[in-house]
Design a protein around this ligand. Structure first.
Ligand code: PLP
Length: 384
């Protein structure tokens, strides 16, 4: 079996699995906010995890607010920025390739009177930095926030977040980047990023589902959306998911130790794409000429339906998706691909293959063999 849907949800990292098996057996279990000695032990452990995550990501421990994952993080950042802004700052600048958690947050505040300006995306899948710079320059004193992702979940295309961050700093505008697919898949240093807010989702990095955090340059600018007993310095009510938090620390620690394998992964991906394109020269790699996550390929053979390819691969025990898990049920080209100007014959044909740091060359080779067989069968071209 080859699981190639890490962008949808990553299986538990082997170190996390090992840690959890032992942890569940031995305990302790207690509320980290209780004042008895077991509670204090839990609190001490949780704060250690905060320091481990912060260190791995170039942040300070106090800048990390644990939560349930990125949809919650995104909602809280929007709520915080939009409820505290000056009345004169009514514009949100975003892109056309954001995850639905960002899209719907924008819609929510648009229904409440905010103006949402969408930056163009180039056919490469990269947000158009010149368009962004013009929009920002023209409106800078009216902008409440910029929300543009760091890496796209469907194509894996890395966005010009460094330039965006620099421009936001020059114009004194808040920059929130949805870093869900970026952090834990490539090098990241929050302090150097210049971002005001970033988000992390546990189930994208091999930690437990239902865990995650916000990194905030100035956490006092956050406002709670879940009220409770003052946990997370009053920024997120509810007993912390301490077991999930522990797995986040284990996952980031493991990533720190394995990230030198990222260049190998990128190499395997290049070989895989070359192999398929040599056999099927009409195969289209989405974001081919852009900088992409080492782990992600989105590929289509025009005229061959992505769902049919997915079923063929599944019959070989290889698990991929069409577009993203969230837009898999859309019968049409996803909005991300439409924003890139991709036509339906390609858009309906895409499958996304997403692996992880540590994947083997043989995994890619097996996927290539199965994908070529699927293309041959479904397109009627057998002499590739
Ligand atoms: C780019 C991006 N943002 C946000 C999310 C939402 O993350 P979560 O599942 O942790 O709520 C996802 C998940 O697919 C994602 O890919």
């Amino acid at each position: 079996m080859i699981y190639a849907d890490y962008n949808g949800s990553a299986p538990l990292h082997p170190s996390v699995k090992e840690y959890l098996c032992e942890r569940i057996q031995s305990g302790p279990y207690a509320n980290p906010n209780s004042i008895h000695s077991i509670g204090k032990k839990m609190l001490f452990g949780m704060e250690k995890c905060r320091r481990v995550c912060a260190k791995a990501l170039g942040a300070k421990a106090g800048q990390i607010v644990f939560n349930s994952g990125s949809s919650e993080g995104i909602s809280q950042v929007f709520h915080s920025v939009m409820s505290d802004r000056d009345d004169s700052r009514n514009i949100i600048i975003t892109s056309g390739i954001e995850h639905s958690a960002v899209v719907q947050s924008c819609e929510y505040y648009s229904n409440k009177g905010a103006e949402v300006l969408t930056v163009k995306t180039k056919t490469s899948g990269v947000v158009d930095i010149e368009d962004f710079a013009n929009i920002l320059k023209t409106n800078s004193d009216k902008v409440a926030m910029v929300c543009i992702m760091a890496a796209n979940n469907e194509s894996g295309v890395i966005q010009p977040w460094k330039e965006i961050s620099k421009l936001c700093q020059e114009h004194g505008v808040t920059y929130f980047s949805d870093t869900t697919q970026f952090i834990g898949k490539t090098e990241f240093n929050f302090e150097e990023s210049g971002m005001d807010f970033a988000v992390v989702s546990g189930h994208k990095v091999g930690a437990l589902i239902g865990s995650g955090f916000i990194i905030a340059k100035d956490p006092t600018t956050l406002r709670p959306i879940i009220f409770g007993g003052g946990q997370e310095k009053g920024l997120r009510g509810g007993t912390q998911n301490y077991m999930g938090i522990e797995t986040l620390a284990v996952a980031f620690d493991a990533f720190e130790r394995s990230k030198d394998k990222l260049s190998e992964l990128a190499q395997y991906r290049v070989e895989f794409e070359k192999d398929v394109q040599e056999a099927f020269p009409k195969a289209v790699i989405i974001g081919d000429d852009a900088d992409r996550l080492a782990s992600t390929t989105m590929i289509a053979l025009p005229g061959v339906h992505g769902q049919a390819v997915q079923i063929e691969l599944e019959s070989q025990n290889i698990f991929v998706t069409t577009s993203s898990a969230c837009s898999d049920n859309e019968p049409e080209t996803s909005k991300v691909l439409r924003a890139m100007g991709i036509q339906d014959d390609v858009g309906r044909g895409v499958v996304r293959i997403s692996l992880c740091c540590g994947a083997a060359r043989e995994d890619y080779q097996k996927i290539a063999t199965a994908l070529k067989a699927a293309y041959a069968k479904l397109s009627g071209i057998s002499n590739y």
